[in-house]
Design a protein around this ligand. Sequence first.
Ligand code: FMN
Length: 173
Amino acid sequence: MKTLVVYSSLTGNTKMVAQAIAEELDADIKSVAENPSADGYDLVAAGFWVDKGSADDQSLKYLPTLKNAKVALFATLGADPKSEHAAKCLEKAAGLLDGSNQIVGRFICQGKIDPNLIERMNKMFAGKTGNPHAPSKERDERHKKASTHPDAQDLADAKAAFARIKEALAARG
Ligand SMILES: Cc1cc2nc3c(=O)[nH]c(=O)nc-3n(C[C@H](O)[C@H](O)[C@H](O)COP(=O)(O)O)c2cc1C
């Protein structure tokens, strides 16, 4: 099964997941910045990082260009990957795909947040009590939890998820 892994990554988290998936599926791997064509691929694994509740800007542009492909989406985000926020981000990305594609899988895991962004948020949201981005013990805990991801378990989970996707597609013939 000829597979393309295409990813966008600002700080490297999504790239790590992309590399794990590419290794598992023996796939070609390209950055979204190369604007790779999906022609001739049986499966496209398209990965983005979550930016303000949606796919990052480069993926916002790239995902709508895919046509007539079997697409499995993957992503990393700072929040809990089991949260409603995470599900909504995947849903939004799925909504960017042209109707001629088939979505054959989804995977999302946590990714550490760039310390520079935390610093910027500290300044931007200082004193804005009640805002989830305002400095607080809870927010620091969330960031601390994210700081070790993607970890070995996330990469193993990504590989397992994509192995299952490949098997399901192969079984369909
Ligand atoms: C500008 C910016 C906006 C972000 N917005 C969100 C967000 O809305 N929700 C979230 O859960 N994480 C958010 N994050 C965290 C990233 O999604 C997370 O760190 C991701 O793993 C980064 O992936 P990358 O290392 O591949 O760039 C944001 C990060 C940045 C830099």
